[in-house]
Design a protein around this ligand. Structure first.
Ligand code: PMP
Length: 305
């Protein structure tokens, strides 16, 4: 992380080393935070943020689901994101807006505390999401079930959802896999610990519906739109665990992961054990689209300059 970069905190860009919170910050104890994960890409027209309005919209929806009153409007947050990226001078980065209950009154009830907002960005380094791009990812069906909307709003990108996801991720890594695939309380496939999932059979693409307890992924939406415009059929349907083992191809999508192929699940090779043809095609197309090299999708970008 570049320590010379600036972080937007409650409307002001502050030096990286000054962007601190109090140890009694409510969110640190009770997970009362919502956030976003966005990418800025270096396109032929300069640094551009991918699907910024959709991410800002989802941030505000996450806040609404928790009755969290955002102290800034969508315009101010979008501008804050642009200014943070601009100040970083990075041409490509990952952007993290975060809204959380601050410190002041300790106890479960968050509302006596102020809602604080921070926006940080850092250089993207494929790191934990590299498996599946350079080679196929090896996944494990987690022993942890994905919590669902009967317990907390899963459409919200809330910090609290990630305790469940991190258990699955850590279990998968500890067992020698690259990523977890989580089933929901109905035994249906939901998503990876931080990615949506798709399967391909006889050239047709399927993905779990939103009511499978998944995040309404913006990459998921982009890939569905790209696939359909390439003439591929995409349906949202319940997917059973056994569907994973007999799929011709499996891939995952996410802002960090982009499109990553899954070539092994529970030590069973997916298809011929190599990244599939449709996965590769979508991976390549998404790569071009996200780098601003496909004229058809330029309206998905917000310039930083
Ligand atoms: N599901 C979960 C649980 C995630 O954390 C993410 C990453 N934000 C996704 C799906 C993919 O969503 P997106 O494509 O919007 O990044």
């Amino acid at each position: 992380m570049k320590t010379q970069s600036k972080i937007w905190m409650n409307g002001k860009l502050v030096p990286y080393n000054n962007a601190k919170v109090h140890v009694l910050t409510h969110a640190l104890h009770y997970s009362t935070a919502i956030f976003e994960g966005i990418r800025c890409y270096n396109t032929p027209k300069g640094p551009m943020i991918f699907r910024l309005p959709e991410h800002v919209e989802r941030l505000f929806k996450s806040a609404r689901m928790y009755s969290m009153k955002m102290p800034y409007n969508k315009n101010e947050i979008s501008q804050g994101i642009i200014n943070t990226v601009k100040a970083s001078k990075l041409k490509e980065c990952y952007i993290r807006p975060l809204a959380y209950y601050g410190h002041g009154v300790m106890g479960l009830t968050p509302t006596p505390n102020k809602v604080e907002v921070a926006i940080a960005c850092w250089e993207w380094n494929a790191g934990e999401s590299s498996a599946g791009k350079t080679r196929g990812a090896r996944c494990k069906v987690s022993s942890w079930l994905r919590i669902d909307s009967r317990s907390q709003p899963m459409q919200a990108k809330a910090a609290s959802n990630y305790a469940n996801a991190a258990l699955a991720r850590v279990e998968a890594l500890r067992d020698g896999y690259d990523e977890a695939i989580m089933l929901n309380y109905h035994g249906k496939v939901s998503e990876g610990s931080a990615e949506n999932i798709f399967i391909v059979n006889n050239g047709k693409i399927s993905t779990p519906p939103l009511n499978a307890g998944i995040l309404d992924g913006i990459t998921r939406d982009s890939v569905i739109k790209i696939a359909r415009s390439e003439g591929l059929e995409v349906i949202e349907r319940d997917i059973d665990r056994e569907d994973l083992y007999v799929a011709d191809e499996v891939f995952m999508t996410g802002t960090a992961a982009e499109v990553k192929s899954v070539t092994e699940i529970d030590n069973v090779p997916v298809g011929n054990g190599k990244p599939g043809e449709i996965t590769r095609k979508l991976q390549d197309t998404f790569f071009e689209v996200s780098r601003g090299k496909d004229e058809r999708y330029l309206d998905w970008f917000t310039p930083v300059a």
